[in-house]
Design a protein around this ligand. Structure first.
Ligand SMILES: NC(=O)c1ccc[n+]([C@@H]2O[C@H](COP(=O)([O-])OP(=O)(O)OC[C@H]3O[C@@H](n4cnc5c(N)ncnc54)[C@H](O)[C@@H]3O)[C@@H](O)[C@H]2O)c1
Length: 257
């Protein structure tokens, strides 16, 4: 087993975040499962009962700056020292640009981009005092490519990729690495609500591996980036875990799904 770690996962009670929580526990590390949604949090608490005091649960809205500041300080003192953070809390929706109001656009930025920033900033303050750590921001392939319907979502996730680079530069002297993951289509509750049958067919056609990924397939990369024994010289990168979606060009007709 690698060194003991204590990791905070936002949006940790569902989908990708929950798979990362399970992978962290499987490493023998400790985890703070934080989420806005109380029902998801309650379900996670039940599912993780067997891990006893290696898991702590915090109801937290990442768009509420004062709550983030208080939660991270409290967790670091009572459950820490904090050694890592995964920013998985996020909202998604497909919406044409003509129908995207400024209120909707701001909401995406508040949760997906500014929420990620505030959590990273507060965690980094604590981790700098603890001797360093690792931050993993969950972006999206929609932050890399111009996927239709994703003006606000894509801009928020593209912002996360650039933010990851800036924070990696600023916090390298503190011993803090900052990386990201850009998932392709992954089977989660978010995607079940968001993807119509037509969208599913289009995603499957344009992903070279011709399928959706699973949350576990994101969790493996998250653990790699959190583990300073495995990724100590990796910082500022966003790794696409997407079945080849972002690198693909023309897919020969015979190879399509
Ligand atoms: N599923 C995919 O295909 C996919 C692809 C690319 C990127 N992502 C990103 O991965 C992350 C996780 O998505 P998922 O598919 O697991 O979704 P999900 O809906 O299953 O999980 C997201 C969790 O975040 C929580 N959350 C939402 N707003 C919050 C807030 N303001 N504060 C705290 N928690 C909040 C939700 O309650 C939920 O439990 C998101 O950032 C999403 O944008 C997902």
């Amino acid at each position: 087993m690698t060194q003991a770690q204590t990791i905070l996962v936002t949006g940790g009670a569902s989908g990708i975040g929950f798979a990362i929580v399970e992978a962290i526990l499987a490493e023998g590390w400790r985890v703070i499962v934080s989420d806005f949604d109380e029902k998801n949090l309650e379900r996670s608490r039940d599912a993780l009962k067997g891990f006893g005091d290696r898991a702590r649960f915090e109801q937290l809205n990442v768009a509420d700056e004062a709550a983030v500041v208080a939660c991270i300080a409290r967790c670091n003192t009572e459950f820490g020292p904090l050694t890592g953070v995964v920013n998985s809390a996020g909202i998604g929706r497909d919406l044409p640009a003509f129908e995207t109001t400024t209120d909707i656009f701001r909401r995406f930025l508040e949760v997906n981009l500014i929420g990620t920033f505030v959590v990273a900033r507060e965690a980094a303050k604590a981790m700098a005092a603890n001797g360093g750590g690792s931050i993993v921001n969950i972006s999206s392939v929609s932050g890399v490519r111009g996927n239709g319907g994703r003006a606000a979502y894509g801009a928020s996730k593209g912002g996360v990729i650039l933010l990851t680079k800036v924070l990696a530069v600023e916090w390298a002297p503190e011993g803090i690495r900052v990386n990201g993951i850009a998932p392709g289509p992954i089977e989660t509750p978010l995607v079940r609500d968001m993807h119509t049958q037509a969208a599913r067919e289009e995603w499957t056609r344009t992903v070279p591996q011709k399928r959706y990924g699973t949350p576990d397939e994101i969790a493996g990369t998250a653990v790699f980036l959190l583990d300073s024994k495995k990724s100590s010289f990796v910082t500022g990168q966003t790794i696409a875990v997407d079945g080849g979606f972002t690198i693909a060009g023309m897919i020969p007709a015979g190879d399509r799904a």
